[in-house]
Design a binder for this molecule. Structure first.
Ligand code: ADP
Ligand code: MG
Length: 334
């Protein structure tokens, strides 16, 4: 979410399915340059225009609350207020931050929404240039990072910044959240067979036709023709992918990815190329995919195994591209 730069190719490609299903499809742009796609089985009481306007409303609302690109968003106002105090949050923003915090705990801080100062320093935030920063700047950014600097009050739905210049970046979770919210909007219109995709993060419910599941292709990071490295069949589940080849810059022959290790303040430096996670909700899948990209191939794989995560990893080993499919992910393979 919230990336200024055009994502060259969506990591997940939507693979067409049965020919006779009456599927309504529309797409558009959100969060700046990110493409979204909505497909659903035609519903007698819902016109396409109505569905489009509802979806657009949801996307605008999520952006207005959680974007760090929009300087007047609810989140941006909290980020720019350099005061250590309790902030009242809208219920939706509270829920996303609460989920983010639980994923931080589960991943021992690999996932950390307070990583924003380092994200911005390397030029992956709304401002600044993509370049290797001074070491002193990284050390200064590190002092502002740590999910434990956030306290939440579940009753008041408020957030305490333990340090005044805490800066929250929801880019690794808000896209998935937006997908879920669009899904809920469709459900509230009575639509129960749908697929929503925003910038590669997907949520499905029901079927494309009859009992044919939605087919989602995970795009190969190696092939230039956009072909899928794996195709999965899902119904009632979501899938999100994070990859180091999606948003990066090169300097001195080295690749610097937009995934930041919160312990070093540097882009991750390991052999994991991408991580895809299947989960009931897209928000959790999105955050978990980013967390695995921080953990890397070895720690990521053991985390997946010990927590029964449905994950598909693409990594490099001995100069070759290899894949790992967790046991629970296999049931969705084509
Ligand atoms: P994409 O936007 O390509 O789907 P992600 O979901 O992995 O990718 O989100 C990456 C974004 O998350 C980065 O651009 C940055 O803003 C933010 N981020 C980077 N490192 C972390 C981290 N360790 N924890 C949480 N968010 C992160
Ligand atoms: Mg993510």
């Amino acid at each position: 979410m919230f990336q200024r730069f055009f994502i060259l190719f969506a990591i997940l490609v939507l693979v067409s399915c049965s020919k006779d299903a009456k599927i309504i499809h529309f797409s558009g742009k959100t969060m700046g340059v990110i493409t979204y796609n909505v497909k659903y089985a035609e519903h007698p009481n819902v016109t396409k225009d109505f569905a489009i306007s509802k979806v657009e409303d949801v996307l605008k609302a999520v952006n207005k609350s959680m974007s760090t690109w929009d300087k007047s968003s609810e989140l941006s106002l909290i980020n720019s207020s350099k005061v250590s105090k309790w902030y009242q949050l809208s219920p939706n923003l509270y829920d996303v931050i609460e989920t983010a915090q639980s994923i931080s705990k589960a991943t021992s801080g690999a996932f950390d929404i307070t990583v924003g100062p380092a994200v911005n320093l390397w030029g992956f935030g709304p401002d600044g240039e993509r370049k290797v920063p001074e070491r002193s700047s990284v050390l200064a950014a590190l002092k502002k990072i740590g999910y434990k600097n956030i306290s939440l009050d579940p009753v008041a739905k408020s957030l305490l910044k333990a340090i005044p210049n805490l800066y929250i970046d929801l880019s690794a979770i808000a896209k998935g959240y937006a997908v879920d919210r669009v899904g809920h909007a469709l459900e509230s219109m009575g639509i129960s067979d749908y697929m929503v995709e925003i910038g590669g993060e997907v949520r499905t419910r029901g079927y494309k036709s009859g009992n044919t599941s939605w087919k989602i292709g995970i795009q190969s990071p190696i092939e230039k023709d956009g072909s899928s490295i794996k195709v999965i069949n899902i119904s009632g589940m979501s899938i999100a992918t994070s990859g180091n080849y999606r948003n990066f810059f090169k300097s001195g022959g080295k690749l610097f990815s937009h995934t930041i290790d919160p312990t070093t303040g540097h882009p991750v430096d390991h052999k994991l190329i991408s991580a895809s996670v299947i989960h009931n909700n897209c928000m959790t899948a999105d955050a978990m995919a980013t967390a695995l990209m921080v953990l890397g191939p070895t720690a990521g794989k053991s985390f997946v195994e010990s927590n029964g995560i449905m994950a598909f990893l693409i990594y490099e080993e001995d100069g070759k591209v290899k894949t790992y499919t967790s046991e629970k992910f296999e049931q969705y393979e084509n």
